[in-house]
Design a protein around this ligand. Structure first.
Ligand code: GLN
Length: 536
């Protein structure tokens, strides 16, 4: 193994403290110091990957360039660290067991008894080593999902303990994120839950090096001293992580106020390097300066009010708004309610300065999304369609501009007379149900007369996909003649990637998911131009 250093991040007290953001922030700081950072999220649940998990429960499925369907925390990592991650960056218990059990069936273990220790723990350690080797990272961040004490998390903590012992304390450290609850009645922050959760780590042979203390209030000196004493860490290594206005303040807080990189470099025996966070500071200042200039954008979906289900879309919208010096006022519009002609829902859609229809699977709310696309087209409101949002716009255009009846995607009506969206010939419906989605990064060539070309400033792009159905090229000519621009195609011209309306200020819809490649400091060109058009 080369000289990769390892940082394990665990969580204590309760879930939902923002371990992903805290880890991503540490990554952003170290990257800004000039280190090559890679990340690994270890998820203790038994699913093989998050691909089939409900966005209601688990939030969005984040897709990497190499087509892995992963946990949404990987999105935070990519956005904060601005590094493309891969299949290696997400590991679940389900996947480890799958591998070990397959090995057992094919005789790899020579008839031995297969056990959690050492077989499962070895597999976890092997994956960590592999991630370090293949990524060639200077620093590998390893976030252990869940909370210390969870039954599912035990093999990961044991593997981390062993790993730390094997690579030595100059090469690995533990960061533990906890919560200091505030008790109104006594008016104080409580450190006992933190002490208890550190003790849980000790029981597993793990000594934390850095404690990140989450709280809604400023943390007093006395609490810091207490935590340092009981957790047996240096006082400077107890880092307050108060709730902040925007998540982009987290790296600034860790580094500018608490010099976390110095502590990390010292413990990992690395030369000190200065973190360059000026761009983040500029972003935060811009957010604060423009917080009153609201821009209302309608997000027409089915997982309403559920930020996590559309996390990357919302983040991409926010970044594009900051870039255009406005703040996002997100209007959640429920597609199923639009369909039922719900007045309040329609009012929201009409009030919005721009309309976005995101990706999705299944029948629910489809007609409502088609109505939203129609409204945007007819009222010349900026429209951005993402994946399913492109498919509904195509159905809408064919139905109402071409005045054709019985138009649909075969996903919603298998026997439709005019399947403008369908499964690519050569793939049978049965094969496709096995889970073969078009996943990951694919190249696309842009039409030089398109808005998309102008936005990207280049005619060759690569974007990430996650879908099963495609535009039906049999309809290409009639639709083009009616005013639809096929703005982006695969290099072999067999697959449609972007549609635009010629006679509209901004109507752009992609078969891919641009949201996955948007970055806070570098908003995605399509989002950037969509917001620019909506501000007008
Ligand atoms: N359900 C559509 C398909 O499978 C769109 C998927 C999506 O929006 N991600 O093609």
């Amino acid at each position: 193994m080369q000289s990769t250093k390892f940082i394990f991040i665990t969580g204590g007290v309760c879930s939902g403290l923002g371990k992903g953001i805290a880890s991503a922030s540490i990554g952003a700081i170290l990257r800004s110091c000039g280190h090559k950072v890679f990340t690994l999220k270890l998820d203790p649940y038994l699913n093989i990957d998050p691909g089939t998990m409900s966005p209601f429960q688990h939030g969005e499925v984040y897709v990497t360039d190499d087509g892995a369907e992963t946990d949404l925390d990987l999105g935070h990592y990519e956005r904060f660290i601005d590094t493309n991650l891969s299949k290696l960056s997400n590991l679940t218990t389900g996947r480890i067991y799958e591998k070990v059990l397959r090995g057992e069936r094919s005789g790899d273990y020579l008839g031995k008894t297969i056990q959690i220790i050492p077989h499962i723990t070895n597999e976890i350690k092997n994956h960590i080593k592999k991630a370090a080797e293949e990524s060639k990272a200077d620093i590998l961040l390893i976030e252990i999902g869940g909370t210390v004490g969870d039954i599912e998390g035990e093999p990961y903590l044991e593997a981390a303990r062993q790993f730390h012992r094997e690579v030595g304390q100059d090469n690995a450290l533990f960061v533990h994120l906890t919560l200091l609850p505030f008790l109104k009645a006594s008016g104080e922050l409580k450190t006992k839950p933190t002490q208890a959760s550190v003790r849980e780590l000790y029981r597993r042979g793990i000594q934390p090096d850095i404690i990140l203390a989450r709280s809604d209030k400023a943390i007093d000196r006395e609490s810091i001293e207490k935590i340092a004493l009981f957790a047996d860490v240096e006082e400077k290594a107890v880092i307050p992580a108060p709730t902040v206005k925007t998540i982009y303040e987290v790296p600034i807080n860790f580094e500018k106020k608490h010099h976390i990189s110095e502590i990390i470099f010292e413990k990992l025996n690395l030369a000190k390097k200065k973190a360059k966070l000026e761009d983040w500071e500029k972003l935060v200042n811009n957010i604060k300066a423009n917080h009153k200039k609201k821009l209302s954008i309608a997000l027409v979906g089915k997982y309403n009010q559920n930020l996590d289900a559309y996390l990357s879309v919302v983040e991409a919208l926010k970044s594009a708004c900051y870039f255009n010096n406005v703040t996002l006022d997100l209007l959640w519009v429920n597609a199923a309610k639009l369909e039922k002609k719900d007045q309040a829902e329609w009012d929201k859609l009409k009030k919005a300065k721009g309309i976005l229809v995101p990706g999705g699977f299944g029948n629910r709310g489809i007609e409502g999304k088609i109505m939203a696309a129609r409204y945007a087209r007819e009222h010349k409101k900026p429209y951005l369609g993402l994946c399913l949002g492109m498919q509904v716009a195509t159905i809408e255009f064919t139905r109402h501009v071409l005045k054709t009846s019985e138009v649909n995607s075969t996903e919603f009506d298998q026997k439709t007379k005019n399947p403008v969206i369908h499964i690519l010939p050569g793939h049978t419906e049965e094969e496709e149900k096995g889970g073969t989605l078009r996943l990951g990064s694919y190249p696309c060539v842009l039409d030089k007369n398109s808005l998309s070309f102008k936005a990207y400033g280049s005619n060759k792009i690569d974007e990430r996909h996650r879908h099963r159905y495609e535009f039906n090229m049999d309809y290409r000519e009639v639709l083009e003649n009616a005013g639809l621009r096929l703005a982006g195609l695969s290099p072999d011209k067999r697959l449609l990637e972007i549609i635009e309306l010629k006679d509209h200020p901004f109507f752009v819809a992609s078969q891919f998911h641009p949201e996955f490649k948007s970055r806070p400091l570098r908003p995605h060109p399509l989002f950037r131009e969509f917001i620019k058009a909506s501000v007008k």
